[in-house]
Design a protein around this ligand. Structure first.
Ligand code: FMN
Length: 172
């Protein structure tokens, strides 16, 4: 078992594809560090078995958690995540959903921090154009933002930079 669990939910496959690209980058940096799984087939015990967690989540239905995450998150209620380091990446569409861009990242971040988790992986909002986001705190997102509809040409560079950032911040 690796040290870091990378869990994703994905309704039309985009977050899944990005999650596997990210896993390849981690494998290059630190072979064997990261295990990957779909949150839709993960138990809370499996999730909480990791000290370091990466969560991949798209926003769906105008500001909502992706379905598998929406089913999973309530199962964490009352669980203790103190001392765990967590980082989130989110997929969203800034042109189509500019008033709810990456909202699920903000909601999931709040839910995990409510369980005591430490949140890492903040990312500048500078390169994005949107009106409102629950993921935004001042000039940062509470995780990496990926937009495969509007900015797919930037995804690869974003993933590389964020993976390097996470390896440093997690100190793994
Ligand atoms: C019906 C619908 C609602 C969506 N709502 C949002 C939204 O509120 N905010 C956002 O940033 N993206 C929204 N999106 C864009 C998705 O997050 C984006 O397509 C994402 O890449 C899908 O990831 P998946 O294929 O892993 O499920 C929406 C897309 C659809 C089709």
């Amino acid at each position: 078992m690796g040290q870091v669990g990378l869990f994703y939910g994905s309704s039309t496959g985009k977050t899944e594809a990005v999650a596997y690209q990210m896993k390849d980058l981690f494998d290059k940096a630190k072979p064997g560090l990261v295990d990957i799984a779909n949150i839709g087939s993960t138990t809370p015990e499996q999730f909480l078995g990791y000290q370091y967690l990466i969560c991949g989540i798209p926003t769906w239905n105008t500001g909502q958690l992706q379905d598998d995450w929406a089913i999973f998150v309530p199962k964490l209620k009352g669980k203790d995540m103190k001392g765990k380091k967590v980082a989130i990446f989110g997929l969203g569409d800034q042109n189509g959903y500019g008033f709810n861009f990456l909202d699920a990242v903000g909601t999931l971040a709040d839910d995990l921090m409510d369980c005591g988790a430490q949140l890492w992986g903040m990312w500048s909002t500078k390169e994005y154009q949107f009106n409102e986001s629950k993921a935004q705190v001042e000039d940062l997102f509470l995780g990496l933002g990926v937009d495969e509809e509007g900015q797919s040409e930037r995804t690869s560079a974003r993933l590389q930079a964020w993976v390097a950032q996470i390896v440093k911040e997690f100190e793994v």
